[in-house]
Design a protein around this ligand. Structure first.
Ligand SMILES: [Zn+2]
Ligand SMILES: [Zn+2]
Length: 560
């Protein structure tokens, strides 16, 4: 008769990646043994412009729903949106605490508030080398370096062995905050034996090492030395190390710092509160004060590095920002990677900036951005340290996972077995073997921003608010050379309730649309991205004001 211990060890460990495999974004994974399931990360994916009206994409959560009360904890590796953006949607399926570092949790908190979720007492802060117990799991947190502070990898000790999840990482040997990558612990775990490693594959196709965050200092120093006007740097609002480097330079070069745009304002406040950003007193000014300063004394840190039409830089670029104007002596720096799909939008913003006469600097011209993900040599180092029995590449499209698999075979000489998995695959591990045994429900759920917290159905037309208030499609033909309307705008509706007020509105629709269009500047009228956004926001406002309804507005702008 087997002893209780061997009976326990005989039960397999089940790991189901629910997002982040064969795609970039919405990273999420469920780990189950016995009666306990834990969820690692709950990320979002940002939609490409082809999905109008959709603000976020999150993983299909049916698997977690099916696990019911077994889902006992959510464990977060770091505060990037592709790891925490879906926390408000995942939380209702989690019957227990949310573990994360203080910065990660501080970035999650406002999201929960926005969704009206009061879960503060469930947020449990953890630090490197801390251990927490959830059911039969002991979860250990390991410091890793990345493009933002306070990031961890996980060692999950289970009854069948230890699995290591790298989270996002690179090896930054000169971290700005002195928080060193915990090589020692990874090596110790490797020496004791690791059942499986789940490793970030984002930059597997880059040679060498990614480099330290501080490497951008030289390029920025040149820019600070040579610019006589304002310096405007567009960056991700989570790029807190980059912000610190820029704040330090601003202090040295006698410039005041203004945070411009909601994301950078909010995140800089959180970082200041937690000590991840240090600003000497008197250095910071509000964006409203920018115009009262000599241009040569100002540094603006702004949102909009991806050409998002609502972001600060897009407004500044078309001279439509309340407080910040661009002039010929100014320099605008795009200090971020171009997310594939955003090239055109970023290009359009650059054109507008060029029209203002300002100088433009981006990664291709100067080293103003460094990746937060380890390149091939760093990923090899992780494999050498951990020496897992099994390796599952994560965070990447299929080609990245496949390349990472090849690299793992080279590094370990075949001693490590590699499983290239897909979202929804059920990976079953025991102490000696691993296999993909089946498929759990997985996929994408689209979420629109018109009603906070509403999880819509997978198919756009089925979304609940469309059935309530319908769909309104304004159709405009625009000459993008001259910025003029060709003919009268039209409106197509589906499921839009016809009553006295909406009827009156529809009769006026062409005139309303013409007004909104003509209220835009020439630059907006000749930029298809900006004019669509203008029409969408303008028409939504008019609809609400005049009919009290909130249909989904999907503008179609035909280019003549
Ligand atoms: Zn990240
Ligand atoms: Zn990530």
């Amino acid at each position: 008769m087997p002893s209780p211990d061997t009976a326990r060890a005989g039960r397999p460990l089940e790991v189901v990646p629910l997002g982040g495999l064969r795609e970039f974004g919405m990273n999420m994974m469920a780990v189950s043994w016995g009666e306990t399931t834990i969820v690692v990360d709950a990320g979002v994916l940002f939609p490409e412009p082809e999905l109008p009206g959709v603000e976020l994409i999150i993983p299909d959560l049916s698997y977690l729903r099916d696990q019911g009360r077994r889902v006992s904890a959510l464990v977060l590796t770091h505060g990037h949106e592709d790891h925490v953006g879906a926390v408000p949607y995942v939380l209702p399926y989690v019957h227990g605490p949310v573990y994360g570092t203080p910065l990660t949790l501080a970035l999650v908190e406002p999201k929960l508030e926005e969704h009206g979720l009061d879960a503060t007492d469930r947020l449990v802060p953890v630090g490197p080398r801390d251990r927490v117990t959830v059911g039969d799991f002991t979860i250990e947190f390991l410091r890793v370096t990345h493009s933002m502070p306070d990031c961890v990898a996980l060692a999950i000790h289970t009854p069948v062995g230890t699995i290591v999840h790298t989270g996002d990482f690179k090896v930054d040997q000169t971290p700005l905050d002195g928080e060193q990558f915990d090589f020692h612990r990874f090596a110790e775990l490797g020496a004791r034996g690791v059942l499986a490693l789940f490793g970030d594959s984002t930059n597997i196709d880059r040679r060498g090492y990614s480099g330290s965050e501080v490497e951008v200092s030289d390029a920025f120093e040149e820019i600070f030395t040579s610019t006589t006007g304002k310096i405007v740097v567009a960056l991700f609002s989570s790029s807190l190390y980059r912000m610190q480097i820029l704040v330090n330079l601003a202090e040295r070069f006698g410039r005041k710092v203004a945070f411009v745009g909601r994301g950078v304002v909010e995140n800089s406040q959180i970082a200041l509160r937690l000590g991840h950003l240090r600003l000497p007193p008197g250095l910071q000014i509000r964006d409203a004060e920018v115009r009262h300063q000599k241009a040569g004394n100002v540094l603006c840190l702004a949102t909009g590095s991806q050409g998002e039409p609502q972001a600060a830089l897009s407004r500044i670029a078309i001279d439509d920002h309340r407080h910040v104007q661009l002039n010929a002596d100014d320099t605008v720096v795009f200090s971020a990677r171009i997310i594939p799909g955003n090239e055109k939008a970023i290009g359009r913003v650059m054109n507008h900036v060029a029209h203002r006469g300002a100088d433009i600097v981006f990664e291709g011209l100067k080293h103003v951005h460094v990746s937060g993900h380890g390149s091939a040599e760093e990923l090899k180092l992780m494999l050498s340290l951990v020496r897992p029995k099994f390796f599952v590449p994560i965070h990447g499209e299929y080609r990245h996972l496949a390349r990472h698999a090849r690299v793992a075979e080279q590094v370990t000489g075949g001693a490590t077995r590699v499983l290239v998995a897909d979202n929804g695959d059920i990976l079953r591990f025991d102490r000696e073997s691993a296999e993909i045994t089946g498929k759990a429900p997985s996929g994408r759920v689209l979420i629109d921003g018109t009603r906070t917290g509403e999880v819509a159905d997978e198919v756009l037309r089925d979304r609940r608010h469309i059935s309530a208030d319908g769909l309104v499609v304004p159709v405009l033909a625009v000459n993008l050379q001259t910025g003029t309307l060709e003919g009268l705008p039209d409106v197509v509706t589906r499921g839009f309730v016809v009553d006295e007020r909406t009827d009156a509105f529809l009769r006026d629709a062409a005139a309303v649309l013409t007004d909104i269009f003509e209220g835009a500047s020439l630059e907006e009228r000749t930029d298809i991205g900006l004019i669509k956004e203008r029409i969408r926001v303008g028409l939504q406002r008019e609809l609400r004001r005049r009919s009290g309804r909130r249909p989904l507005v999907l503008p179609v702008v035909m280019e003549i």
